[in-house]
Design a protein around this ligand. Sequence first.
Ligand code: GDP
Length: 444
Amino acid sequence: MVLDDLGSSLRGTLDSLRGKSRIDEEDVEKVVKEIQRSLLQADVDVSLVMELSDSIKERSLEEEPPGGTTARDHVLRIVYEELVDLVGESTDLPLEEQTIMLAGLQGSGKTTTAAKMAWWFSKKGLRPAVIQTDTFRPGAYEQAKQMCERAEVDFYGDPDEDDPVTIARDGLEATADADVRIVDTAGRHALEADLIDEIEEIESVVQPDRSLLVLDAAIGQGAKDQAQQFEDSVGVSGVVITKLDGTAKGGGALTAVNETDSTIAFLGSGETVQDIERFEPSGFISRLLGMGDLKQLTERVERAMEETGEEEEDWDPEDMLKGEFTLKDMQRQMSAMSNMGPLDQVMDMIPGMGGGLMDQLPDDAMDVTQDRMRNFEVVMDSMTDEELENPRAIGASQIHRIATGSGQGEETVRELLEQHKMMARTMKQFQGMGDGDMQRMMQK
Ligand code: GDP
């Protein structure tokens, strides 16, 4: 994940401030050095890093911490605010009828992003359609078509037509029923005159409400020139940063956004249609700093529940963060999670679970692979309600019965109970630390 290192190194430095009520210049210097190191390593532009660190330094020393605030929380809040400021607002994206054009270099992730965005809009209750005008890259048509099928959204393309402008024009007509039309365009390996000409032509036919520039997170400093050129030719309303799962960098893209006065619309973090999230500055930075983002977790859980059709009126995802964590909670959570993505990603979104706390846990505490999850689900199906509510009362004879009933070995049943115990312990630790830190940080 982008800037992964920032959260953990910063937490270490901030922890050395624990117990201090006042902060001195030496402390601030230490914190700022860590931030500089992480940001530069992640490819954020040097002058931007300097500007940010000066501002953190100045504010930390000059601003009076509100009564009762520790030195650590004081600095953390300032770092948080400055980073939120650095990444900027989220691109305005009303949920209404509109046409969105995607631009970017070849391989940046445009086609994937088009299908992902269509999926995202469909989950918001709108009817999206993807129009594929990339006639330059062989395979773009088939790839887009397949991804749209997977996302269960409308798709228009024409493998026999080689004029992208004709496809765009026909595509708009063919998708007249859609609420949101996402027009994917061709890219090249580098910004070349013919690419710019082509995209300008498509733009004049499509007349998009917004044009989003798709940038690979690993792009580095070249991002700025690209952003500038696309801005000059078609105007960039916002940026989508892709492949955040594959790099600890991403600073180049962040810099480009900052320097071209643009904003971020979406983040892509994987190859499947669900691996997209709307950019939320405060949530993004909270997560980076290991403060989690409960709002997003709740959204994901709700969406997954809708998909499995297993929504239960009396179950609130936040409940699992309060009170006793039973096997029943784990069962619900697992069925929801099979639609949500890898457990560690989900866990990263829970306040207090990101980074710091995860590091203190035994390595395998969260290591529930998809296969193990499936076995666990089968095992839980063979348990009685009473056993699910009170797993501690499960003894050897019940383990034998459950194993036989589920067709799984006794070992799997024991593993499940062990896993549950570890997760329950994690939930307990979280209950002790999450809220306070988070709330204090959000208060200004
Ligand atoms: P395009 O040429 O701009 O249309 O790029 P594609 O959409 O074909 O993406 C290029 C490659 O990057 C493909 O192999 C995608 O599967 C992959 N890709 C796109 N977005 C992501 C992402 O967020 N994470 C990862 N890991 N791979 C991605």
